[in-house]
Design a protein around this ligand. Structure first.
Ligand SMILES: [Fe+2]
Length: 162
């Protein structure tokens, strides 16, 4: 974990105030993203973007629930850019990192989007954690899983939610 990541993770965990599901989700997606990033031998600059996106990808949920009473994707997309900029600037990220992380967060549910390997890893980590949380065997878009992601998903689904 880099210094910026540690600052970012600390700020996000404080922001979530121990909300159990969201806190566990952030930690799990971050961890699985790191693992898949390692297995793909991502270069350092891509690892940093992936890690920041993993920490921030659902950051708008809390604000949307409070502001609109609804954290639908449309509302999240409205709030994400501002929140991501605020958290990343405060954690000390370079300005040119903000746009790619915002793009990743905005599009990680668009399973047909072509965001490259970082987007693929973020989507696979998020879907795998969702499958673990929900204890379900089915995932919405199995086609996006490549060999490392499939290996991880299979492990995480082995117990079938038990
Ligand atoms: Fe997520």
């Amino acid at each position: 974990m880099t210094d910026n990541e540690a600052r970012l993770m600390s700020a996000v965990l404080e922001y979530e105030e121990g909300h159990r599901r969201r806190t566990e989700h952030i930690l799990a997606v971050y961890a699985l993203s790191q693992l898949l990033g390692f297995r793909h031998s991502l270069p350092e600059d891509q690892k940093r973007l992936l890690s920041a996106a993993a920490i921030l990808h659902d950051i708008a949920i809390k604000t949307c629930k409070e502001k609109y009473g609804d954290a639908c994707l449309e509302n999240q997309k409205r709030e994400l850019p501002r929140l991501i900029r605020r958290f990343m600037e405060k954690a000390g990220y370079r300005g040119d990192c903000i746009a790619p992380v915002t793009y990743l967060a905005l599009n990680h549910h668009g399973y047909d989007s072509r965001g490259g390997i970082i987007m693929d890893i973020l989507m696979q980590a998020d879907l795998t954690v969702n499958a673990l949380e929900e204890g379900k065997g089915d995932i919405p878009c199995p086609g996006i899983f490549e060999s490392s992601g499939q290996w991880l998903l299979d492990i995480c689904r082995k117990a079938g939610g038990k």
